[in-house]
Design a protein around this ligand. Structure first.
Ligand code: ADP
Ligand code: MG
Length: 507
């Protein structure tokens, strides 16, 4: 039937037909972008005299970003990035984003700001343009040294913003621009930033208290991992178990239950506030006894409790355990967790590392790497009781990353290396395996695999391994400290920069 429907031309030249279709789609997209640019000139006419808007370089839920050039008096053309915020953005949010850029930006790999234009409800933030790579495109061609530099520069940016009492809340590769050739970096996008109680950013003082109280429109929108378009919405491996009611959306609850279905196991998780925090968070009279506490059911009393609210902005796969469990007091440590997830991607060559459609699935995914008992134990420290139907062990981070990257011990370690972990012993969680982007491994990795099969290939691989055969224990020690499930003991950006992993790098 399908072939009958195909045109004669398709059958004869399927590749040409495909190419034609691709070009048509491209043209349609281009004309859409051209229209957007025209609309922007109309909405903010001051831009016409200053900028030539060339192309759209980013599009998200809250903004569109364009590359533009400005004619300088010296005759030079300077490239700039124009961020057009959606007109429905709250004025305070816009002002806060701008203040983060003006006060903390322009130094230490934090993006600065040049100008800001406004007409009515249209705001355009003008920033220096940093040409950058797509993380996914370069992930498997980066040398180990480049990864080390990348992480060092990310911590530099985080140390700066944390010093100003800014919690970024959306640390991920598309918000940390990287120009590989120039070795330049910039942390962008303060659209979700919040202040610490002692923040130096005046306008974050308000958003901080607002954010602690409830999820604002911004905060309830889930952000995507790839650029800013959401390619994560459909997932075949993770399915909502049909017996689990979608109770999370309800306004009247404080617990949620999700089941994570994988090929191997079903892990069901449930989170409730424990002890004092639990009582305070619920709107339920304290004398009303609940009969589901620490079980995997949700009783009717709990269903009638007021929903727990805590800031949860950001991208699911990068959210820290305390964000996923709606811990009301969140600190700069949440950005360090996200940086840990970026590091995990870099070391394992998989991006996105975690891809979850909801918070409890994300928590279950974390458990598969960090261990269920460990997660439950850590959650206790911040007043959350997490229940998990299965006991999943913590993974050895080196073994996991080497297995995923394809650089296992037998091929890559020197003979006197004392590590004896074998990848065969690794009980790799199905979700980790499946949910990571099905990234084709780079040539050098394929080379490594062929090394594994041939005995005498050790010298050959040394030239092609880009340092991946020499990953020091310090790297995994730092990763372990970033992915500390307990935010109170998680490494800070300042401490990370002083970690032995960066011992020869200048601050
Ligand atoms: P959003 O809030 O929509 O996520 P961002 O500030 O993260 O907006 O910008 C979206 C994308 O635009 C970024 O991922 C990046 O690719 C591009 N971008 C943003 N700022 C700049 C800049 N100063 N230079 C170059 N590209 C930028
Ligand atoms: Mg962004």
């Amino acid at each position: 039937m399908e072939t009958v429907l195909k045109s004669h031309c398709d059958e004869q030249h399927p590749q040409e037909a495909e190419e034609l279709q691709r070009k048509q789609e491209q043209n349609k997209q281009l004309s859409g972008i051209k229209k957007d640019i025209e609309k922007l000139y109309e909405a903010v006419p001051q831009l016409v005299n200053v900028f030539k808007i060339k192309e759209k370089i980013g599009e998200g839920t809250f903004s569109s970003v364009y590359l533009a050039t400005a004619q300088l008096q010296t005759g030079y053309e300077e490239k700039m990035a124009l961020k057009h915020l959606i007109p429905t953005s709250h004025p305070l949010r816009i002002a806060a984003e701008l203040q983060c850029l003006t006060v903390a930006g322009g130094q230490d790999n934090v993006m600065g700001v040049k100008y800001c234009f406004r007409k009515n409800d249209h705001v355009v933030i003008v920033m220096p343009y940093l040409e950058h790579e797509s993380f996914l495109d370069i992930l498997n061609s980066l040398s180990f040294e480049e990864v080390r530099e990348y992480m060092f520069n990310l911590f530099k940016a985080l140390r700066r913003i944390h010093h100003f009492g800014i919690v970024h809340r959306d640390v991920k590769p598309s918000n940390f621009l990287y120009n590989r050739r120039l070795k330049e970096y910039a942390l962008v996008d303060f659209g979700l930033a919040q202040g610490t109680p002692d923040t130096k950013i005046e306008l974050l003082k308000t958003t901080q208290s607002e954010g602690q109280q409830e999820d604002s429109v911004h905060h309830s929108v889930q952000r995507s991992v790839f650029g800013e378009r959401n390619f994560n919405v459909s997932s075949s491996t993770y399915q909502e178990n049909s017996s689990t009611k979608l109770i999370k959306q309800s306004k009247m609850i404080d617990v949620s239950s999700r089941k994570l279905v994988t090929k191997k196991k079903i892990i069901s998780t449930k989170t409730v506030s424990s002890g004092v925090a639990r009582k305070a968070a619920s709107g339920c009279p304290s004398n009303l006894a609940c009969d589901c506490y620490a079980t995997d059911r949700v009783c009717s009393i709990c269903l009638s409790r007021r929903q727990q609210v805590a800031p949860r902005a950001g991208t699911p796969g990068f959210r820290a355990p305390e964000v996923l469990t709606k811990c009301p007091t969140q600190t700069t440590a949440i950005d360090m967790w996200s940086a840990g997830i970026v590091f995990l991607s870099l070391l394992s060559g998989r991006y996105p590392f975690y891809k979850a459609s909801d918070d409890l699935t994300a928590l279950a995914q974390i458990m598969t790497v960090r261990g269920s008992r460990e997660t439950i134990q850590a959650a206790k420290t911040f007043g959350k009781s997490v229940l998990c139907t299965q006991d999943v062990p913590a993974q050895n981070l080196r073994t996991l990353c080497e297995k995923l990257r394809g650089t296992n011990s037998s091929c890559t370690r020197s003979k006197d290396d004392t590590h004896t972990d074998s990848v065969n012993d690794l009980d790799l969680p199905v979700e980790t395996d499946k949910q990571c982007a099905p990234k084709t491994l780079g040539k050098e990795i394929q080379h490594i695999q062929s090394c594994q099969e041939s005995d005498g290939a050790l010298e050959v691989k040394a030239t092609d391994m880009k340092g991946w055969d020499q990953v020091p224990d310090d790297a995994y020690d730092l990763l372990d400290k970033l992915l500390d499930l307990n935010p109170a003991t998680r490494i800070t950006a300042k401490e990370a920069l002083l970690h032995p992993f960066f011992k020869d790098m200048r601050l």
